[in-house]
Design a protein around this ligand. Structure first.
Ligand code: FAD
Length: 539
């Protein structure tokens, strides 16, 4: 039980190694694929066109869609003819990397640098992802800079409130643990125990319960039965204060630092299941990352079956309910049509605005989205990756000088007046020995590079010496607002599914993959050749 392990994990959540761009990796790794440049189609060469085989469409090749594709074939021994439409030119969605920004090292790809631009870590208890790493023989890597370069980095971290560091420490340091205990008393231990109990006895026990609850056909029912509704209907702050009776400084400083770095939301904004997930990551002590990029899991999910056809650069514009055997007409790339028995929408809420859904007994697509589904707002998160030969400026942070230099991993919280610092976190994610460059990742609500900001990026580096490698704006995850009721994931009884319902409940790669597996199991029921259980026990 080590609270600083969280910090260790959070630090390690942003690490680097080397890889080619995703499509190349797919081409190289999976020789069965052929890449047809003109049509921008990736498919297996012997893909079946048997008309009797049930045809399923999946929209989106992220964690949810790729997991659905895998589990549909897994449960039925490759029964379905599945087409995965992906508007981007890569698999993974919000799990993606930027690569090779420091150039090749002696032309050895293994030593190239890369960074996770989106989803960075998962934990051992993320059973679907952990099992996939196993089944597909992927490699997990050490990711913290202090593990990679122990002579250069010491695992230092700090919680900055815009005026001062409210806590500074070092992972694996007894002195830091003592300071932590002195400042927050027994609250971290109480929080750790409660969190462990909750993840085991409310989340895993119900959502992965192959005897009774999996697959679940109603998210609200399982939310009530598991008791998690007590967390989804309150803010993290209210739950940790009223139910767990934790110290207010611990909640505002430590727990809020984890919710800000993981969900870009403050503890009085997001629901308590959201804060429980960020604490679980912090307490787990074993953050995991796939070498080469987490997206490799999702590529493997899709290439698992010859009956999965992946169409990259293929944006779905319209879904139409028809009469006849193949119920659904899909129009993509502004005019190409195909027909399917069932459709799984595995893209986030805001992307539904670009898909016309035409169901005869409903008025029109607006009716479906606006009336049948609650509006879900996504956080706009700026992710900046830059390199510099400098360490961060201690002047900017009014550093107390307790540490030899500024912490390698800076999380943030609000100050006494509840004002927010201009960024959520800054950390060193890698170091290039040859060039002496530190690689930094910054999460912020604003574009840190704009000249007219009150905050100037240049103030972080004394010599103003840095180079921007990537400045990306994500619609990263939903605002996890407290809720009693979540949307249905079965939009129409003739086979229209909406997997992204899960994200307002909780947003992680694992839970998206879980919803993919769940819907796959519901569809496969009756046609399954293996038990409809999450394949976490055997490969
Ligand atoms: C910066 C950042 C950090 C994160 N950190 C973590 C982390 O450390 N750990 C973690 O578990 N999670 C993390 N997350 C959250 C995680 O990325 C998501 O919860 C998860 O990846 C969602 O997967 P998904 O398949 O549901 O959606 P997505 O990954 O968004 O996939 C949806 C896909 O649908 C495609 N699409 C959309 N519209 C269409 C259309 N009309 N036609 C065809 N295709 C379409 C999109 O291009 C996309 O590829 C992070 C997210 C961000 C942005």
């Amino acid at each position: 039980m080590n609270c600083f392990l969280v910090l260790l994990i959070l630090v390690t959540s942003f690490s680097f190694v080397n890889v080619n761009v995703n499509v190349n990796a797919l081409e190289n790794d999976d020789k069965n694929f052929i890449f047809e440049e003109e049509q921008k189609v990736l498919q297996y060469s012997d893909n079946s066109t048997d008309a009797k085989v049930e045809k399923l469409a999946i929209i989106g090749a992220g964690a949810a869609g790729s997991s659905a594709a895998y589990h549909l074939q897994y449960f039925t021994n490759h029964l379905y003819n599945v087409t995965i439409f992906e508007k981007a030119n890569y698999v993974g969605g919000r799990s993606t990397t930027i690569s090779n920004f420091e150039g090749s090292n002696d032309n050895d790809d293994i030593d190239d640098f890369y960074a996770e631009l989106g989803a960075s870590i998962f934990i051992k208890d993320n059973k679907i992802l952990s099992k996939a790493v196993d089944i597909f023989n992927l490699t997990l890597q050490e990711f913290s800079v202090e593990e990679k370069y122990p002579d250069l980095f010491d695992g230092s971290f700090g919680i900055w409130n815009g005026n001062k560091f409210v806590f500074e420490g070092q992972s694996n340091s007894l002195w830091s643990k003592f300071k932590f205990w002195k400042k927050y008393g027994y609250s971290p231990i109480k929080a750790y125990r409660a969190n462990k109990n909750l993840i085991r006895n409310k989340f895993l026990k119900f959502f992965y319960d192959n005897d009774e609850h999996f697959p679940f056909d109603d998210l609200n029912k399982i939310n009530i039965e598991s008791g998690l509704i007590e967390l989804t209907n309150k803010t993290g702050k209210d739950y940790l204060t009223d139910v767990e009776n934790l110290n207010q400084d611990f909640i505002k400083e430590f727990v809020q630092a984890t919710t800000r770095v993981n969900y870009a939301q403050n503890i009085d904004q997001l629901h308590a299941l959201g804060s429980a997930v960020t604490l679980a990551a912090a307490f787990s002590g074993s953050g995991l990352q796939v070498k080469g990029g987490n997206y490799k899991i999702f590529e493997k999910f899709i290439s698992f079956s010859e009956n999965n056809q992946l169409l990259l650069n293929s944006q779905v514009n319209k879904i139409e309910l028809m009469k006849g055997d193949e119920n659904w007409k899909i129009t993509y790339n502004d005019g190409v049509e195909d027909f399917f028995n069932q459709v799984l929408i595995a893209s986030p809420y805001h992307t539904l605005q670009d898909i016309e859904i035409d169901i005869p007994n409903k008025e029109n697509e607006k009716f479906l989205i606006n009336n049948d589904l609650a509006k879900v707002e996504f956080v706009k998160l700026h992710v900046l990756i830059l390199k510099s030969k400098e360490k961060l400026s201690s002047e900017y942070f009014n550093s107390t000088g307790n540490l030899e230099s500024l912490p390698e991993f800076i999380m943030t919280t609000q100050n006494d007046a509840d004002e927010n610092p201009p960024f959520f976190s800054i950390n060193i994610i890698d170091y290039n020995n040859d060039t002496d460059n530190y690689i930094y990742k910054i999460f912020s609500p604003i574009d840190m590079t704009l000249e007219n900001n009150d905050f100037k990026l240049s103030t972080l580096f004394k010599e103003n010496n840095y180079e921007i490698l990537k400045n990306h704006l994500w619609e990263s995850y939903p605002y996890l607002v407290p809720k009693n009721k979540f949307d249905t994931f079965k939009l129409h009884e003739d086979g229209l599914w909406y997997l992204n319902t899960m994200e307002s409940f909780i947003s992680t790669m694992e839970t998206s993959a879980l919803m993919g597996a769940n819907v796959a199991a519901l569809i496969s029921n009756g046609k399954n050749t293996t038990n409809l259980i999450i394949p976490i026990g055997s490969s």
